[in-house]
Structure formats: structure tokens, C-alpha cells
Design a protein around this ligand. Structure first.
Ligand code: SAH
Length: 215
């Protein structure tokens, strides 16, 4: 693939950064990451003109690339430090994965749609984003063989909080997860002890559902 990232794209990205800043995103490292990741390359070619609007878009297999504001909001809540081990549930287009890699995280990511997994596995390294591990599997189970994680981010709406994800956090680690059926409440669980978690809620969002059964 020829990496087509022009000054026009960069200008649109800077505008997107101003938009999400105006909506409340403050973390400079997150804003910098959004200014760097060429979102237009993560979308189907028919939607390229819309890549820098602050909106979700279809990416195939009935899934969407999340809205940039939502990606930034969740990433801000995750409080990523360079070198940290982060697990993402729902690789999708790989956009959120790339944002985490820009923040110098070691990223493990799980996707349950084979079509998207196959596509993103080829695509990410081509645009210079190399995750530690991409897995085709069920995010409800987490990745016990690679646990524990400094942070876990769920990018689909979870009807309930999967226990394995809480168990796979390091002490001090954070799980950022939208919880609910039709509408989800953005929720952060911080592991403060072996069996102790603190819970905070951050308002309503709408995600595609986290799916239970594999195809
Ligand atoms: N992070 C993605 C968001 C994609 S939408 C991006 O930036 O583009 C949510 C994704 O979660 C979809 O790709 C969907 O297939 C995936 N998903 C849904 N249920 C899942 C599950 N149980 N395990 C892993 N991935 C899941």
C-alpha cells in the first residue's frame, strides 16, 4: 500500500483535534496521538471524505470505526503510560489500536469477526503500527495466557462486566468499559487490591454490542 497522507489530511486532523478538545478532551498525549494517526486509511474507500468528521462509520461485518471523540475519551480514562501492557477488546478497524501504539503501549487486541481480524492483521503493519499481539477470539474471556495488564479497554457495548477482564488487571490497573444494552454507561474499574475494585461512571454512550457467541 502507498501511504497517502497529504498536508490536506494533516490539516483536517488538526481540525478534528480542535473539535474533540472543544468537547472536553484535555490529555495532550491523547490529542497528539489523534493528530498523528491517519484515520482515512482505516476506513473503506467510499467513506474517505468523512474520515475527519467526529462520527462513527461502517467498516464491514456490521461493525463501525468508533467516533474519534469516544476513542479519545476512553483513551484518556485509560491513562496510558509508555511501555504499559494494554488489552483491547474489539480490534475492528485497528484505529484505537493505532492510537494506543502512538502512546507507546504494548498492545494486545482481540477481535471476534474473522473478516475484520484478517483485514486488520495485514493492514496495521503496512501503515507502521505493530501491535504486540492480535488475536481472533472472544473478548469476554480476555487473554489469560498474557495477563496481567496495566489497562483493558473494551470498544463494544458490554451487557455486563466480564469477570475474567477484572481478574486480568494488575493491581493499580484500569478497565474502561461501556456497560449496558441499548445505551451504555462508560465505566472505569480500578483494581486497588487483590479483591478490591473502585468503580467510577462517566456518562452515556452508544456502541455496537459486544457479541457473545462466535460465528
Ligand atoms: N476499536 C475499534 C472499534 C470497533 S467496533 C475501532 O477503533 O475501529 C467494536 C468491535 O468489537 C467490532 O469490530 C466487533 O466485531 C468487536 N467485538 C464485538 N464483540 C466482541 C467480542 N466478544 N470479542 C472481541 N471483539 C468483539
Amino acid at each position: 500500500m502507498i501511504i497517502n497522507d497529504s498536508n490536506r489530511h494533516k490539516g483536517l486532523r488538526n481540525q478534528l483535534v480542535r473539535t474533540i478538545k472543544a468537547k472536553g478532551i484535555k490529555d495532550k498525549s491523547v490529542l497528539d496521538a489523534v493528530s498523528k494517526v491517519p484515520r482515512h486509511l482505516f476506513m473503506d474507500s467510499g467513506f474517505i471524505d468523512f474520515a475527519y468528521q467526529d462520527k462513527p462509520f461502517p467498516i464491514g461485518a456490521d461493525q463501525t470505526i468508533s467516533q474519534p471523540y469516544t476513542v479519545a475519551f476512553q483513551t484518556e480514562l485509560l491513562k496510558v503510560e509508555p511501555g504499559q501492557k494494554i488489552l483491547e477488546i474489539g480490534t475492528g478497524s485497528g484505529y484505537q489500536t493505532a492510537i494506543l501504539i502512538e502512546l507507546k503501549a504494548e498492545v494486545y487486541s482481540i477481535e471476534r469477526q474473522k473478516e475484520l481480524y484478517t483485514k486488520v492483521k495485514k493492514f496495521l503493519p503496512k501503515v507502521g503500527y505493530v501491535p504486540k499481539k492480535l488475536v481472533f477470539g472472544d473478548g469476554y474471556l480476555g487473554l489469560p495466557e498474557h495477563a496481567s495488564f496495566d489497562g483493558i479497554i473494551v470498544t463494544a457495548g458490554a451487557p455486563f462486566v466480564p469477570k475474567p477482564l477484572l481478574e486480568q488487571l494488575k493491581i493499580g490497573g484500569r478497565l474502561v468499559i461501556p456497560v449496558g444494552d441499548e445505551v451504555q454507561v462508560m465505566t472505569v474499574f480500578t483494581r486497588t487490591g487483590e479483591k478490591k475494585f473502585e468503580k467510577h461512571e462517566y456518562g452515556d454512550f452508544r456502541f455496537v454490542p459486544m457479541l457473545k457467541e462466535k460465528n
